[in-house]
Every structure is written in C-alpha cells, then in structure tokens.
Design a protein around this ligand. Structure first.
Ligand SMILES: Nc1ncnc2c1ncn2[C@@H]1O[C@H](COP(=O)(O)OP(=O)(O)OP(=O)(O)O)[C@@H](O)[C@H]1O
Ligand SMILES: O=P(O)(O)OC[C@H]1O[C@](O)(CO)[C@@H](O)[C@@H]1O
Length: 323
C-alpha cells in the first residue's frame, strides 16, 4: 500500500480535522502518501484529489468543519456515479480509502468497496452519535457541549422572565444530543425522537411543576424527522398552559466550532488506527471505540444498525425531571 486517500462525507462534525491530521501523521510515520479528496463523494466523482502536505494539516486540530469540505451527492447513489469515482481513484493510484462520515456515507462506501474491490476503512464522524459499533462518533461530545452552553444561557432569560422555553437540538433520527444535553442542562422535560404524541404528558407534567411553585422551565426537544417541530409542540402546549413561552432552535450552531478534547483524542485514535488497519490488509470495516478499546467491525454489522440510546439514560432523565 503506497497511497491512501481520505474523504469526509455527509454532515461535517467537529473533530474531522483532527482526524484528517491524525491520518496524515500516521501515513508519514508509516512511509505512505496520504491524499485528500475534496467535497466528499462529489469531489471523488470529479477527481478533486490532491497529495496532502505537512502545512495542509498544520493548525487545524482545533478547527471545526473539515478542511477537505464535504457534500451529499445524489450521483454517488447510482452505480454509474460510483464507477466514475472509482475510475478517478484508480487513475490517481489510490490503494486504500479512509472514509469519515455517517451511516449514509458508509452505505455508499460499502457499495464502492464491493463493486471495485478498493479496501475502505470507515470512521464514524457525525454529531448524531447514531452509529452502531462505537460508543461515540466524532463530533458528538462537542455538539452536546455546545447545546449545553446554549441551554445554560437560555436559563438566564427563562428565570429572569419566568418563561417556558423549548430548546430544540439536532439529531434527525436519534435523540442522543437531546438526552445528554437535557440531563446535563437540568431540563424540566425531554421530548425525545418524534415525541409529538407526548404533548399531553408534557402538559400534565408542566402543570404539576407550576402548581408546586416553579415559575420557569426548559424543555429540550429532539428535532426528530422534522427540524422546527418544537414550534408546533410549543403551540399545542401554549393553548393549554398559560405561561409565556419561547422556542429556540439551536440548529447548525451545534455542528460548528472547536472540537472538545474528547473529540480530538477520539479522532486521533480512530485516524491512526484506520491507517494501520489498511496497512495490515484490512478493508470493509468500521473502526470504533467501545469501552476504551479500539474495535473493527464489518460493514454488515454496522450499516443500517442504528445505535439506540441507553434505556438507563432514559430512566435517569425521568428520575431527574420527576416525570
Ligand atoms: N444508499 C446509498 N447508496 C449509495 N450512496 C449513499 C447511500 N446513502 C448515502 N449515500 C451517499 O453518502 C452521502 C452522505 O450520506 P448522508 O447524507 O446520509 O449523510 P451521513 O453520512 O449519514 O452523515 P450525517 O449523519 O452527518 O447526516 C450521500 O449524499 C450519498 O452520496
Ligand atoms: O443541514 P444538513 O446538512 O442537511 O444536515 C442536517 C442534519 O445533519 C445532522 O446534523 C447530522 O450531521 C442532523 O442532525 C441534521 O438533521
């Protein structure tokens, strides 16, 4: 193996740059060339591939986003699109690929690997933390901390005005950010994935809190399938509870910014392990970390097997909110 390429795909996540840097450093250590693919699968199809130099990865460890850029490519979902991408990789003499992204990116990578034989090591990089085969994905810890900081700030206004706040956090198919930020932020109630049906229960819980003298509250809402869903939840609650309320959708603020130390260290471990795995002849696997051990799992055990939130965390949140 002489040339390894690295690509970031799907939503960007804080820590992706630390991972690219780790891949480069591990490549240099092992004496192989590292190539960067710009703009995810779109850039792969276009052949936007370059040899990464030392200065490219200098001073990026603390930066959010991805220096390679990323994309969501419809063309890559077709066999023809993937063939174009494969042709570009072969033309550039790429022997192995490191893919940093989420479940959708892994699906595409799996097809590419099966259709062309190119060995691929996937690294979980998404703030949603919804990927099986790893305790955490790169970016999740940072996103939770950003959401938490926002909740803490909103609490000041909630207390000062005696208001009910609905704070909506990301995670289109999962509730990991809502659960962690809700518990850490002392939320009065957590509306987890697609929880519209919970409005009745939410109203009763809030009424009981306000009857006991609470004069403000923060409800954390997971965006679920419909970003902005907290507006309709707030409307339904307001028709029943006479307290001034506001909605704050944190949105993409959670995806940007400097990665936490946890995300940087995870990115470093997974990046270096991915290079070593390719050099050891592995392919078609995702590298993750479970209970502090680096683990490799075949794509078939990971792709489409969404990680579920820990029921013990759900139970914990119910005790803490008193619900
Ligand atoms: N079924 C599929 N077949 C081939 N390629 C796919 C498939 N699903 C997704 N991809 C490719 O992977 C890209 C990224 O997927 P997606 O938009 O689902 O993000 P993701 O990797 O899951 O990241 P995030 O969790 O941040 O949204 C898609 O734009 C597409 O190019
Ligand atoms: O704005 P985009 O890039 O379509 O991504 C939105 C989605 O991506 C995620 O942030 C994951 O990266 C989801 O939580 C969110 O719903």
């Amino acid at each position: 193996m002489q040339r390894i390429a690295v690509v970031t795909s799907g939503g960007d996540a804080p820590g992706m740059n630390a991972c690219i840097r780790a891949v480069y450093r591990a490549g240099v250590y092992a004496g192989v060339e590292i190539y960067g693919i710009r703009r995810g699968y779109t850039g792969m199809i276009d052949g936007d591939i370059y040899k990464i130099q030392r200065h490219d990865v200098g001073n990026i460890i603390h930066q959010g986003g991805t220096i390679l850029g990323t994309s969501r490519s419809e063309e890559f979902k077709t066999p023809e699109g993937r063939q174009k991408a494969a042709d570009q990789l072969f033309e550039k003499g790429i022997d192995g690929l490191i893919l940093i992204g989420g479940d959708g990116s892994f699906k595409g990578g799996n097809y590419l690997s099966e259709e062309t034989g190119i060995p691929i090591i996937a690294i979980p990089g998404t703030i949603d933390n919804d990927i099986a085969g790893t305790d955490f994905s790169i970016g999740f810890d940072t996103a939770v901390n950003i959401a938490l900081e926002s909740i803490d700030r909103i609490r000041d206004t909630a207390i000062s005005h005696g208001r009910l706040f609905f704070v909506e956090v990301m995670g289109h198919t999962s509730s990991f950010i809502a659960l962690e930020a809700g518990i850490a932020g002392g939320a009065a109630y957590l509306v987890l994935h697609n929880g519209h049906q919970e409005v009745e229960a939410l109203c009763s819980h809030l009424e009981s809190l306000f009857t006991k003298g609470k004069h403000h509250a923060i409800v954390v809402v997971a965006e679920g399938d419909h970003p902005g869903c907290s507006f309709s939840i707030a409307k339904q609650v307001s028709s029943r509870i006479k307290m001034e309320s506001r909605v704050c959708v944190l949105g993409h603020t959670q995806r940007g910014g400097s990665p936490t130390s946890r995300d940087r260290v995870l990115a470093a471990k997974l990046g270096v392990s991915a290079v070593n795995a390719l050099l050891n002849g592995q392919g078609g696997v995702m590298v993750g970390e479970i209970k502090r051990e680096i683990v490799f799992q075949p794509f078939s055990d990971v792709i489409g097997k969404q990680q579920k939130t820990d029921p013990r965390m759900d139970a914990l949140s119910r005790i803490l909110t008193g619900f």
